[in-house]
Design a protein around this ligand. Structure first.
Ligand SMILES: Cc1cc2nc3c(=O)[nH]c(=O)nc-3n(C[C@H](O)[C@H](O)[C@H](O)COP(=O)(O)OP(=O)(O)OC[C@H]3O[C@@H](n4cnc5c(N)ncnc54)[C@H](O)[C@@H]3O)c2cc1C
Length: 410
């Protein structure tokens, strides 16, 4: 059988993970990565963290040119893709060129959600390296930076802007930062962290108007108005589904794929922020985390290499705010009826919240305790029964809960 050519559309996290996973799994055919940005795949999370504060390139690039050369992976930058021709399998570029493909992985990611009319030099949206570098130029002592939306991205950018010397004001209609994503206790702990560091938090109130101007942006709330030098809009993303739609793929909230990452068109897979995958634990869901994108890419690579595989792990992510590391595991599957148990002290930024259902762990979120979630993952994978007292009791090492089960099994 002749070697197959695999083309990845979109040069981001999925592309890098797919290329590496294919080679590790013995896929021998040509791999072509086509992206519209002027550079190859990079660590997007750096854009609201180290890249934003330092501008450095440490650990930024995901595919070194030497690795690509040695592994026969071709990278085509500044090459927007128009569509995939389902009939011929070709990937058609916007400039009219065509790349022959036997298998395509669609990984076009997402783009920041925008508010109508909110644009101009003083308005920022952060998705690309160029966006982050433009914002960094504006972060300096004496500058007042507004952040609209205090989710993961907004709170990271607020922390980075403050660390760079700027004054920062965060606007969010929720009264507590990140409570919806991480639960009220972790939300309260992180809200306190930002407050103590000196972020001006304008939470819980409606924004009635935003007026971008040449000298700044005025944000009007029910309590009055505030003019900032620059406003960073962090109100979520929309999946970039244009290529999928033009290619005739089934698209809902993202490109719909099965548990293997297959779209509705044969030999076309999709993964990452653009894909709504059919997860064995959570049903159809689209998530926006690096680890999920990478696991989906690895599953697709294994499937393409002849060992059908499913990205069925509990979703995991991290966020860094100042030097505080926060992680979440399995939060996609939380239910209002789950009980929540705390280990350590969340308020002191050293603890973990666990979500329990029917005597089993279904998720967790930790502040500065990633190791708790590593054990939690095993407890969840092995479906080991746990109870609230054991989880909360710091005199019991969490690993002991794993060993306890081994004894029981024997
Ligand atoms: C600032 C920032 C910080 C983040 N921090 C974290 C974090 O701390 N932890 C975490 O888990 N996740 C984080 N994320 C989310 C994470 O970066 C995404 O989940 C991840 O990038 C998804 O990978 P992807 O390959 O699906 O998409 P992307 O990495 O976005 O790659 C998609 C690529 O496709 C390109 N593309 C789009 N359309 C076309 C086209 N028509 N033709 C060619 N190319 C196209 C895009 O320009 C882009 O380069 C962060 C995201 C941002 C923006």
């Amino acid at each position: 059988m002749s070697e197959q050519t695999l083309v990845v559309v979109g040069a981001g996290h999925v592309a890098a993970a797919t290329a590496r996973a294919l080679r590790r799994r013995g896929f021998a055919g040509p791999v072509v990565v086509v992206g519209d940005e002027p550079v190859g795949p990079y660590q997007r999370p750096h854009l609201s963290k180290e890249r934003l504060t330092s501008g450095g390139e440490d650990g930024l690039w995901l595919l070194a040119p030497a690795w690509c050369e040695a592994n026969e992976v071709t990278l085509r930058t500044s090459s927007p893709v128009d569509r995939i021709d389902a009939g011929t399998g070709s990937v058609l570029l916007a400039d009219g060129a065509a790349i022959a493909a036997d298998v395509v992985v669609l990984a076009t990611g997402g783009r920041p959600r925008r508010l109508a009319g909110l644009e101009g030099e003083r308005v920022h949206h952060i998705r690309t390296l160029a966006d982050s570098d433009r914002l960094r130029e504006c972060l300096a002592a004496g500058r007042r930076i507004g952040v609209l939306g205090g989710g993961f991205l907004g709170s990271e950018i607020a922390a980075a802007a403050l660390s760079a010397g700027a004054e920062v004001v965060v606007f969010d209609r929720d009264p507590v930062l990140l409570a919806r994503a991480l639960g009220p206790d972790i939300g309260a702990a992180l809200t306190g962290l930002h407050q103590r560091r000196g972020i001006d938090l304008r939470l819980g109130g409606a924004i009635t108007e935003i007026r971008p101007g040449t000298d700044g942006v005025t944000v009007v709330t029910l309590d009055g108005s505030e003019t900032v030098d620059d406003l960073v809009v962090c109100i979520g993303i929309e999946p970039s589904t244009e290529v999928a739609v033009r290619s005739g793929l089934v698209v809902g909230n993202g490109v719909e794929v099965d548990a293997h990452g297959r779209t509705s068109v044969p030999n076309v897979f999709a993964a990452g922020d653009v894909a709504a995958h059919d997860h064995p634990l959570y049903g159809r869901v689209r998530v926006e985390h690096v680890d999920v994108a990478q696991r989906q890419a690895a599953a697709i690579a294994a499937t393409v290499a002849g060992r059908p595989s499913v990205a069925g792990d509990a979703h995991w992510f991290w966020t860094d705010q100042y030097h505080v590391n926060v992680q979440g595991l399995g939060l996609t599957g939380r239910r209002a009826t789950d009980s929540v148990v705390t280990r350590g002290s969340l308020a002191d930024l050293d603890g973990t919240a666990f979500w329990l259902r029917d005597g089993r762990l279904v998720g967790g979120a930790s502040i500065e305790r990633g190791e708790d979630l590593s054990v939690a993952r095993e407890l969840m994978d092995l479906e080991i029964p746990v109870n609230a007292e054991q989880l909360a009791d710091e005199s019991i090492e969490l690993e002991e809960l794993l060993e306890q089960e081994e004894v029981t099994v024997r």
